[in-house]
Write a protein that binds this ligand. Structure first.
Ligand code: S3P
Length: 182
């Protein structure tokens, strides 16, 4: 089983992926961390200084391509993966499931206010809000399942995802077991 979490910066992808990985006994991969390691950068600010946003997007495409053939993994994506549909296609390969952690811009703004990780695309609030409006329909369109996260703690969000996965597996097995009626 390959599950990828998508959503805007500060939507809780990393924390939820960690809990999900524990619940499902699967390894977790953080795309941002892998990319920072590969590019020899300590954080996103230095990556953007080194090669601009384009370096990040190229690295995301390469990594997602590698992950296309992977199974049994929980992937925490960077908020911008929806800007290149090919990334979503790779993540969905081999029955990969994409889950959107939907959080209002207001909640994200409050969360990131006290978060110290450098986020070059969240330095100007108006620009970040525009980015949110641009991406929101993409997250919705690409998701196999959407979790409305406002007002929920990570444990509840994780539980909702686990329940969805279980019911999805049950439906799949029922459909496979069903005799062909034609
Ligand atoms: C980005 C999101 C960040 C990181 C980079 C760009 C974006 O990841 O990949 O700063 O374009 O939304 P998080 O969503 O984990 O903050």
């Amino acid at each position: 089983m390959k599950i990828s979490l998508i959503g805007f910066m500060g939507s809780g992808k990393t924390s939820t992926a960690a809990q999900l990985a524990t619940r499902l006994s699967l390894p977790q991969l953080e795309m941002d961390d892998t990319i920072l390691e590969r590019t020899g950068c300590t954080d996103m600010k230095s990556l953007f200084s080194k090669g601009g946003e384009i370096l990040l997007r190229e690295q995301e495409i390469t990594l997602a391509h590698e992950l296309a053939t992977k199974e049994d993994i929980i992937i925490s994506t960077g908020g911008g993966v929806v800007m290149n549909k090919i990334i979503i296609d790779y993540l969905k390969q081999k029955t990969g499931i994409v889950i959107y952690l939907k959080v209002s811009f207001e909640a994200i703004r409050n969360r990131l206010h006290s978060d110290t990780s450098p986020r070059p695309l969240f330095e100007n609030l108006d620009e970040a809000q525009q980015l949110y409006s641009l991406r929101e329909p993409l997250y919705e369109a690409y998701a196999d399942y959407i979790v409305d996260c406002d007002g929920k703690v990570i444990a509840d969000i994780t539980q909702e995802i686990v329940s969805y996965i279980k019911s999805r597996e049950q439906n799949l097995s029922e459909n496979t077991d069903m005799p062909d009626s034609r």
